[in-house]
Write a new protein. Structure first.
Length: 301
């Protein structure tokens, strides 16, 4: 993305003057709190899940149509729009009761290749030459791949050619904006995590969570502690039935305690509150990307 022109690009979106606005205009925009949609994109909450599901489904439809024109079969995904509150989706008690944290699936012998999509199965049925042609149609050639870097050393590699790129250009205007919408807010959100975890309210909630978990028979220091200790056990002994049962029990107890104390809702409220501490340049870029995201959602309807 051309960072040098970002300020004017944002100004255009915000309907400022052609000269990027006056000093008073810029000050007013800096002082304006982030809007609900901007906070939704930043924290992946509120309207984010339903909107992004619709965008993903439309992108898949566009890829399928593009691939068909090039003579290849591609099955479009159709994800159901998720129901429930942000807290219910975060806790996902249904998955906890069946899979725990999902660690057992990772360590179970013979689990590699589970969940492969119909498109993967189709590609594997092609000859080497046909498979190469399929992937070129979908994602271009090796020389078409580019890299975008974000804060914290994060980098994303993506192709600017092929049916995937074309579908994203159609929805987002450019692949650069698609990548930025997908990763930049997430990167900003991660920078808020230390503020949330150091908040007195959150620390009190985690103390209460530990008390709740001890009553369930699990003396873990935090949800991360529970996850890491179970992962270490899998690494040491493999996915035996007793450990998988324990994983499910711990994950369910963790979820019940978190639900009882409304920890996901508290963490989300803190994130949305602490977003006001983000630097002005980050807020400006978030506003611009929210406008791109909402325009893409309108095209997907």
């Amino acid at each position: 993305m051309r960072r040098a022109s970002l300020a004017c690009a944002v100004a255009g979106v915000l309907a400022l003057t052609a000269a990027c606005g006056t000093t008073d205009d810029a000050h007013e925009k800096r002082e304006r709190p982030l809007a609900a949609a901007e906070l939704d994109l930043l924290t992946r909450s509120g309207t984010f899940v339903r909107t992004s599901t619709g965008l993903a489904n439309k992108e898949s439809e566009l890829i399928a149509a593009c691939m068909a024109k090039k003579g290849f079969r591609y099955r479009a995904d159709k994800m159901a729009r998720p129901a429930g509150s942000d807290e219910q989706r975060t806790l996902n008690m249904r998955d906890r009761r069946s899979r725990g944290y999902g660690l057992g699936d990772q360590y179970a012998s013979g689990s590699h290749g589970r969940g492969s999509s119909p498109n993967d199965a189709y590609v594997s049925s092609l000859s080497e030459k046909e498979s190469a042609a399929y992937m070129k149609a979908l994602r271009g050639s090796g020389s078409d791949f580019r890299e975008m870097r974000f804060g914290g050393g994060q980098k994303v590699t993506f192709s600017a050619r092929g049916c995937e790129a074309e579908s994203r250009k159609h929805l987002y205007g450019s692949v650069d904006d698609w990548v930025s919408v997908a990763y930049y807010p997430q990167n900003l959100n991660g920078r808020l995590t230390p503020l949330v975890e150091e908040s007195p309210k959150y620390r009190k909630a985690m103390t209460d969570w530990k008390t709740c978990m001890r009553a369930e028979g699990y003396p873990y220091g935090s949800p991360d502690d529970a996850y890491e200790r179970l992962r270490a056990a899998y690494h040491k002994q493999g996915a035996d039935p007793a450990l998988r049962n324990r994983e499910v029990s711990v994950a369910v107890a963790d979820g019940k305690c978190a639900a009882k104390l409304h920890i996901p809702s508290l963490a989300l409220a803190l994130r949305r509150s602490y977003a006001k501490s983000l630097p002005d340049d980050d807020k400006a870029r978030l506003r611009y990307l929210t406008s791109v995201w909402r325009a893409a959602a309108a095209r997907a309807r």
